[in-house]
Write a protein that binds this ligand. Structure first.
Ligand SMILES: C[S@@+](CC[C@H](N)C(=O)[O-])C[C@H]1O[C@@H](n2cnc3c(N)ncnc32)[C@H](O)[C@@H]1O
Length: 235
């Protein structure tokens, strides 16, 4: 019988580090991100994403905010951790994989958290257009797409990036590919947003992918954006 394993349920230490012909930031990133910054992304929104967004809007209205997004939440372990850490916030875990979202986890979903099946490319655009302002935006271990020709599949090289930025909030991104975070930092800088990249502290893993990379002896990194100064603080 075939043994079916999955990173999310079996975070074993057999993961290989990201390899890429890229040894640093993609040379085409700045030009691409600048082009997308000045372009209006017009792809039609899929019905299932509109429905997911409408349902999420109802949840947000009923809760009243503040809001935290956990984009690409996978099985939602991080959504659970964040919701426990911020009990007064509504925490929405977003992922396109139904299979991951419905996977049985040890910990029940806290009352202030919901997992929603959606494609971020549409959801972020709808949320930004509706004026959503999450206080924090988590993007934990996004698919790296490490081949140089895959730059446009990385979120910071995608035409949706301006909407991700428009949503605002403190950005928390983690990756086992440092170049991904350096690129994200550069793309954010084009919008005047500064960030810091540091090793993920030696604390319990927030997600199954983090656990898997650690079990495999890989370094994991985090990017944290620096919130813009509060105008009220100016003397
Ligand atoms: C490498 S996994 C990381 C999952 C989880 N954050 C973790 O660290 O365990 C990347 C996740 O992003 C989701 N994802 C990638 N692109 C997406 C998109 N455009 N819309 C929604 N989810 C997406 C995938 O389904 C997958 O669950």
């Amino acid at each position: 019988m075939t043994k079916i394993t999955s990173t999310d349920t079996h975070p074993e230490g057999n993961s290989r580090p990201v390899t890429s012909r890229q040894s640093d930031i993609h040379p085409g990133l700045s030009a691409l991100a600048e082009r997308y910054r000045d372009l209006h992304f017009r792809k039609p929104v899929a019905d299932f994403n509109q429905l997911a967004f409408d349902q999420a809007s109802e949840l947000l209205s009923a809760h009243g905010g503040p809001l935290i997004l956990d984009s690409g939440c996978g099985v939602g372990d991080s959504t659970r951790v964040i919701a426990r850490t911020y009990p007064d916030h509504l925490v929405l875990g977003l992922d396109r994989s139904e299979d991951r979202l419905v996977r049985q986890r040890q910990e029940p979903l806290p009352d202030n958290a919901r997992l929603i099946r959606t494609d971020l490319i549409d959801f972020w655009r709808l949320a930004a257009t509706a004026g959503w302002k999450p206080e924090h935006h988590f993007l934990l271990y996004p698919n790296p797409y490490p081949k140089p020709q895959q730059l446009q599949r990385r979120f910071h090289g995608h035409p949706v990036f301006p909407d991700f930025v428009r949503l605002g909030g403190t950005i928390h991104c983690r990756s086992n590919w440092l170049i991904y975070l350096k690129e994200l930092a550069l793309a954010l800088e084009l919008y005047g947003i500064n960030s810091h990249i540091t090793p993920v502290p030696d604390e319990p893993s927030m997600t199954p992918f983090e656990q898997k990379y650690r079990n495999s002896g890989q370094a994991v990194w985090k990017l944290l954006s620096v919130p813009p100064p509060d105008p009220g603080d100016a003397k």
